[in-house]
Design a protein around this ligand. Structure first.
Ligand code: KIV
Ligand code: ZN
Length: 388
């Protein structure tokens, strides 16, 4: 039974779903480098691309397949033999190759190829069987699962399992679900679909309503044991579940979510920066875990608390995500304690009355400038105190 384990696999799709983000195209070398970092950080499965989509994608998936040391290497394929054959060709040199094939099963998506329910069911049977004849590890996804009729969803999942799928991924393709519904859907599928106990259920959430991380974690509570995610939450429209968020949530709140991953979290910050520069999508300042301000405190009360005990305003240690330390940027909200700490860092040991004087001038300056830099503090200190 797959839910008997508390180990959650991390399936990273930065190089496939992430790269599908308009404008996020990465070069071949950047993809190889990111795949290597993902492999080193302990990702279980790397979805390296969509081999039929272009020569470049095919080449990237096959080179990543040849180089990867630990992770399974997966390629995406639509539900047709040509896509699946191309995908199998791309991943064949991987130590652990996986084919991920999918088809849109909701009424809206069934209307596009104009297939009846029965015709689509037959197509799923044939394509999953074909993929399974090529590799041992086949993932199947009913795209737009969260808007697919319940009975039909159960029916097609059963067909995919019987045809040999080893992972059933439940995509919330348009970020439509909500946490309770996400948990219930996986739980009910595992209880209802014959053969569900023999496969791993995965969750693949998009962030259109800002709930991708919450929905993925809820799906794990419902029994999913694979989370599909991307670095920095890169991905179509509002993006995918962010790897760093689900991994750190499971680590920090392990008391209430007792699941583990194989991720070395100290490698998070480096890969986040690399993905940001390769994709050209900079990380918003207040982004959870990896934003510039995620471990920065400007206000006086917070800075004073942090100088006394870091746990007052931080629930994670910066080192846990690969950051050298907390930052206490000086601005108009900062107080005397942080100013004194900064002066000490810069080599100025000032008496209380000097500090008061520097503080008054610092506040005047901070009112005019967004950020006060070290050079500004040095200038203020030199006018008011002699360095040690
Ligand atoms: O969001 C989605 O439905 C997908 C599928 C291809 C799994 O990315
Ligand atoms: Zn997706």
């Amino acid at each position: 039974m797959t839910t008997a384990t508390n180990r959650v696999k991390i399936f990273d799709t930065t190089l496939r779903d992430g790269e599908q983000s308009p404008g996020a195209t990465m070069t071949h070398d950047e993809k190889l480098e990111i795949a290597e970092l993902l492999d080193q950080m302990g990702v279980d499965i790397i979805e390296a691309g969509f081999p039929i989509a272009s020569e470049g994608d095919f080449r990237a998936v096959s080179e990543i397949a040849q180089r990867s040391q630990n992770a399974s290497i997966c390629g995406l394929a639509r539900a047709n033999f040509k896509d699946i054959d191309r995908c199998a060709e791309a991943v064949r040199h991987a130590a652990k190759p996986r084919i991920h094939t999918f088809i849109g099963t909701s009424p809206l998506h069934r209307a596009i190829p104009n297939l009846t329910q029965d015709e689509m069911a037959q197509r799923i049977h044939e394509t999953v069987t074909h993929a399974r004849n090529l590799v041992d590890d086949v993932q199947w996804s009913p795209m737009d699962a969260t808007r697919t009729e319940w009975d039909y969803l159960c029916r097609v999942i059963e067909i995919a399992i019987k045809a040999g799928a080893t992972t059933i991924n439940i995509p919330d393709t348009v970020g439509y679900t909500a946490p309770r519904e996400s948990a219930d859907l996986i739980r009910r599928l595992i209880e209802t679909v014959p053969g569900a106990d023999d496969v791993i259920f995965a969750t693949h959430c998009h962030n259109d309503l800002g709930m991708a991380t919450a929905n993925a974690l809820a799906a794990v509570e419902g029994g999913a044991r694979q989370i599909e995610c991307t670095i920095n939450g890169l991905g179509e429209r509002a993006g995918n579940t962010a790897l760093e968020e689900v991994v750190m949530a499971l680590k920090v709140r392990n008391d209430i979510m007792p699941y583990t991953t194989g991720i070395d979290t100290t490698k998070i910050m480096n890969i986040s920066r690399r993905v940001a520069s390769a994709s050209g999508f900079s990380v918003q300042y207040n982004k959870a875990i990896v934003g510039k301000n995620a471990f920065a405190h400007e206000s006086g009360i917070h800075q004073d608390g942090m100088l006394k005990n870091a746990e007052t305003f931080e629930i994670m240690r910066p080192a846990d995500v690969g950051l050298a330390g907390t930052s206490l940027p000086l601005g108009k909200h900062s107080g005397r304690a942080a100013l004194r700490a900064k002066l000490n860092d810069l080599g100025y040991d000032v008496a209380d009355n000097e500090l008061m004087d520097i503080f008054v001038r610092f506040k005047e300056l901070a009112d005019r400038k967004k950020e006060v830099y070290d050079e500004d503090i040095v200038a203020l200190a030199q006018a008011g105190a002699a360095p040690e």
